[in-house]
Design a protein around this ligand. Sequence first.
Ligand code: UDX
Ligand code: ADP
Length: 460
Amino acid sequence: MKQIKKITCIGAGYVGGPTMSVIAQKNPHIQVTVVDINQARIAAWNEEDLSKLPIYEKGLDAVVAEARGRNLFFDTDVDKAIEEADMIFISVNTPTKTYGKGKGQAADLKFIELCARQIAEVAKDDKIVVEKSTLPVRTAETLKSILDNTSSGVNFHVLSNPEFLAEGTAIADLHNPDRVLIGGENTEAINALVGIYASWVPNERILTTNLWSSELSKLVANAFLAQRVSSINAVSELCEATGANVDEVAKAVGMDSRIGPKFLKASVGFGGSCFQKDILNLVYIARSYNLHAVADYWEQVIIMNDHQKTRFAEKIIQTMYNTVNGKQIAFLGWAFKKDTNDTRESAAIYVADHLLDEEAQVVVYDPKVSAAQVYKDLDALGTRAPEANRRLVKVVDNAYEAMDGAHAIAVLTEWEAFKTYDWAQIKEGMKKPAFVFDGRKLLDRKQLEELGFKYYAIGE
Ligand code: UDX
Ligand code: ADP
């Protein structure tokens, strides 16, 4: 196997962008080119002003500043980048299918397939093709079949290298991963990829497996994490009914070293681009092998998550005397978690949708999410006309403005800054009784109750 001198990554999104930036940072001798068909996105990656990069991640600007122009490039010429590369990462989106067989469950592989065909068409010499996007098990086989059957005599080695980074901590996760997983069949190709990570990751944390194990491990890791959140959320409802406190229960349970303390924070429901999509995928795969008990088991994690979002919205309505019609509800946060501008599958979208059905006036403040994105998320649900979303929802760039004159505040994202607000002043400007519904258990109950707020938090 020849030495890897040039890497190309197709897809400059939340995964491809940060991952390749770190690979380039840590391998100054390798030229890394990230390509995307979205010109605006590439232009943003090339922004002189690093605060304008297309995604917000702590520390990303410094990594880009170090490597960009040296051995890290962002471009729209996909063909050229494919032709030049020794190794090609595929990091395009794999949304849940919205049509046809597997609609609402299976992953839509059309973007992956298009990439494979383009690689096969353009490649003139042997390439290592690395799946980076999260994919259903046995996608590598599809990739390989397309590559082998449509190219002219070029050899392709397909590897699976799922990414485990979490948004908001992407750069820290990439710099110091719990493990790097590489699945494949060809030892030389595997070693070439191991070599790239070995520039900064200790050897014992680089795990090699067969292709299918690697692909499945990614789905299972996300399913386990989401399952913990749904488990504690199920317990949160029980706590509300019995007078237990979910944080106390989570702490007591999590101190058992076999269980561990992480991912036991009750919330308004998990969001993000991965958890739901990957579980739906797992469910779909299980069903396609007629493993219905397995499918039902994992599906319950999603059912519980949907229930938690609905339950939170219902709680708001019930508590506010069974009507929110015409009432102003301030949303603190729209992103699916703190420290990111990503809103994919964010619980806030679904909670808002439920309240809008009841004709509430929702005023949204999120420190990183734009008004355009909020409307886009609501319009995508198709629940009501875009004009109705604009009539009922206002997006402001000042939290105090969102809460001024409000009947209630709903905390949807756990941004640290929310804790530091002047709650006495906020209470003055609100309709009475002033309600706070804390979907993240972020604020200080004692402080708010002393100020006279009616405070409700998940699981208490
Ligand atoms: C996840 C996985 O963590 C990561 O390894 C994988 O590569 C991609 O999917 P991400 O979606 O970025 O990462 O966010 P994560 O931190 O896992 O949170 C997912 C959702 O669960 C968020 O909405 C978060 O608020 C929620 N969550 C998480 C809880 O409600 N409680 C918890 O205890 C933990
Ligand atoms: P992820 O969270 O998996 O990184 P994103 O949606 O953020 O997903 O990013 C995927 C990127 O892949 C998008 O910017 C999209 O434009 C790009 N993309 C999809 N298909 C192709 C393709 N055939 N060629 C180049 N880029 C593509």
